[in-house]
Design a protein around this ligand. Structure first.
Ligand code: GCO
Ligand code: MG
Length: 393
């Protein structure tokens, strides 16, 4: 049996760039007794140290287990961590361990994950750009950067046009948001999809006003229009708007995902492998979504290992819409860490073909990237924004 000999976590980072969360990553390494290594990745805003600490506790529970027994291993951690179902730190730490376990499994069997999970339903992955609008404030800033994205070949792009508004939005805020969206729509034309990110920060009435203002620009979807726990607000939004709803980046288990789908409150599910339980749980969630005719648009905002693991899913799932990608706007060290193994070309990502997640990790870089993991705090800008956009004009 392929026994786990050690599970380690490293917090990697460099200068704060597009946003605090983009500058750190928790890299997880699963080693086995026969010398095999698998990689996982996770992070959660303001929680890098806490998540890395949970990985150490998972190591205590799973050391000596068979890395192939992903279901049994998850049950073991679930049994010992009494609060896994209500702890983001626990579920993201475990998700990274599961992803690394599947990397080992693929390498042991000599196959990329997509071959183990369902083969190729598509030969390349349609992606949308995120992270491209750093320091955009005025409508013309957004328009100029959007043109650059389209010039790179992207067929879709996502952005948050709401500046520093939180929970409520004023008429002036609505005007500025509309001017930014209008400028982007005019810059990219009608054949490029625009996706509106709300970052789950509005009450229902504000989100409904936003929808009524922006529907004329035909957005592909409205992402997290209301606060993530606001089910009643989301029902009110659904009843008063006709735009497609995308959400899921903050869902931490399949039961939560089912609830949104049973209530008919999501059209495109943005689950993230690093939140919802890694490969093992994500493949179950994809199946549930298929039953509800919900398409997958995986959240994918962290780093290169997660990006590779997500592309392995995009290759085979039948209910695929589009894939988020920060890849071209990552801090360069994140691309270099995997020898730039998953480039985007003309708006499509390739499917990594090496065994496991399909990418190699440049271990020589690790020492220089290790950091303690304290995020810097800026009271003027929450950790989740694309840097320099939490402003009005
Ligand atoms: O849809 C997305 O990609 C996310 O909302 C990002 O924009 C967040 O900033 C990040 O996930 C915070 O951790
Ligand atoms: Mg989002």
């Amino acid at each position: 049996m392929t026994k786990i000999s050690e599970i380690e976590a490293y917090i990697l980072g460099k200068e704060i760039t597009s946003a605090q969360w983009a500058s750190l990553m928790v890299l997880v390494k699963v080693k086995t007794t026969d010398g095999r290594v698998g990689w996982g990745e996770t992070v959660s805003a303001l929680r890098a140290e806490a998540v890395a600490n949970f990985v150490k506790k998972i190591n205590t529970v799973l050391k000596g287990s068979d890395v192939f027994n992903v279901e049994k291993n998850k049950l073991e951690w679930y049994k010992h961590d009494f609060n896994m179902t209500i702890s983001l730190e626990s579920t993201t730490a475990y998700s990274a361990v599961d992803i690394a376990s599947w990397d080992v499994i693929g390498k042991e069997l000599g196959a990329p994950l997509y071959k183990l999970l369902g083969g190729k339903t598509r030969d390349k992955i349609l992606v949308y750009a995120n992270g491209w609008y750093q320091n955009c404030v005025r409508p013309e800033d957004f328009a100029d950067k959007a043109k650059e994205v389209v010039k790179k070949g992207y067929k879709a792009l996502k952005f948050d046009p709401f500046g520093p508004y939180f929970n409520d939005i004023s008429k002036r805020g609505l005007d500025m948001a509309e001017e930014r969206v209008k400028a982007v729509r005019e810059a990219v034309g009608d054949n490029v999809d625009i996706l509106i990110e709300h970052h789950g920060r509005f009450n229902a009435n504000s989100a409904i006003m936003i929808a009524k203002r922006l529907e004329k620009y035909n957005p592909l979807f409205m992402e997290e229009p209301v606060h993530p726990e606001d089910m009643e607000g989301l029902k009110k939004y659904r009843a008063n708007t006709s735009l497609k709803i995308a959400l899921g980046e903050r869902i931490i288990n399949k039961h939560q995902a089912l609830h949104f789908m049973k209530e008919g409150l999501v059209d495109f599910l943005q689950a993230d492998l690093y939140r919802i339980g890694g490969v093992t749980e994500t493949k179950k969630v994809v199946g549930i979504a298929e039953v509800f005719d919900v398409l997958m648009a995986f959240h994918n905002a962290q780093g290169p290992i997660l990006n590779a693991a997500t592309l392995q899913f995009d290759a085979f799932i039948p209910n695929f819409l589009i894939q988020e990608s920060f890849y071209d706007w990552f801090p360069s060290w994140k691309r270099e860490l995997i020898y730039d193994g998953t480039p985007v070309d003309s708006g499509y990502a390739i499917i990594p073909e090496r065994p496991g997640l399909g990418v190699e990790v440049n271990e020589k870089m690790l020492e220089s990237l290790k950091v303690k993991g304290e995020e810097y705090f800026n009271p003027e800008e929450p950790v989740w924004v694309v840097k320099g956009t939490w402003k009005n004009y």
